[in-house]
Design a protein. Structure first.
Length: 279
């Protein structure tokens, strides 16, 4: 914790990890409204799923949370700092952000990839990694259940293994906020289940860590995910505890399909039937 006084603390409210107020994002070239009046608060220790159909605005919202872009209007506070009033490079260093567009040299070992999370670089800065840092990187690979991959080139790791290596990399900065953009993309069933378990384990071991995961399938939610935000065409359709948000009615409205939802031992399944007329 730094000695900095954040805006959230100044006015006496509990410090939120994320606080969005009436956020709009408009693409200037096409005048398309991508996000339309988003209000959202994420608190320490909360795990959120961000769901919505293709093009609903999920990645754009995640880019705002990761301080990679600014809203057209409205306010975005990340880790107590308001976008537009803070050095975004310093802020980004305190956020773990995992996405498929990340550049990773394929010949680096998994351990070296995790080490680059310490320096916040694409290539390793070997001289900046002392024994403690190297050990921490190994500990994170162990925590994510992939310690046996330490010396394997990243390029030959499977999709599921890569996802876990990238999460370990993001955790090197000991972030208070972890953003995951479709980490389950193209994983087979065992890999998906391994990653769900790793996420569950991670949440249990780090009670203050907040996460936001963009996902397309309810089956990908770990039992630790207690909150969900449903986006439809840039607007919040529902947001809050999963029991209230992940209902058949909400998901049907969100995806325009007749969706039935079930939950068993903390895990979710969804079945989509025919298209709902008029959507
Ligand atoms: N750089 C860009 N230029 C033009 N339009 C963009 C750009 N980025 C996003 N958009 C548009 O904004 C809308 C939301 O895109 P976004 O990628 O945030 O959606 P998404 O919910 O993540 O979609 P998906 O599930 O397909 O990844 C889409 O209509 C998209 O075409």
């Amino acid at each position: 914790m730094t000695g900095r006084t954040t805006e959230s603390q100044v006015d006496g409210r509990e410090a939120a990890v994320l606080r969005l107020r009436d956020v709009h994002v408009r693409r200037l070239t096409t005048d398309q409204l991508i996000l339309d009046g988003i209000d959202w608060t994420v608190r320490p220790g909360e795990h959120w799923a961000l769901l919505g159909a293709n093009g609903a605005g999920k990645t754009t919202l995640l880019r705002l949370l990761g301080a990679l872009m600014h809203p057209t209007s409205g306010t975005v506070e990340v880790l107590g700092s308001r976008l537009g009033r803070v050095d975004v490079r310093e802020l980004r260093a305190r956020i773990g952000h995992v996405n498929a567009a990340q550049r990773v040299p394929q010949d680096l070992s998994a351990h070296a990839v995790v080490l680059t999370g310490h320096s916040g670089t694409v290539q390793p800065l070997w001289r900046t990694y002392d024994d403690e840092v190297r050990e921490r990187a190994r500990g994170l690979l162990t925590e994510l259940g992939v310690k046996e991959l330490a010396d394997r080139p990243y390029g030959v790791c499977s999709g599921g293994q890569r996802a876990r290596v990238l999460i370990a990399r993001a955790l090197m900065a000991d972030p208070a906020l972890l953003l995951l953009d479709e980490p389950f993309n193209a994983l087979d069933l065992p890999s998906r289940e391994d990653l769900v378990e790793a996420m569950h384990h991670l949440a249990e071991g780090r009670p203050r860590l907040a996460t936001v995961t963009v996902t397309h399938h309810l089956e990908e939610l770990s039992p630790a995910v207690g909150h969900a935000l449903l986006l439809r065409e840039g607007r919040t359709l529902a947001a809050g505890p999963v029991e209230e948000v992940l209902t058949g009615a909400h998901l049907t409205a969100c995806f325009g399909r007749d969706i039935t939802v079930a939950r068993r031992e903390g895990r979710w399944t969804a079945y989509s039937g025919r298209r709902v007329s008029g959507t």
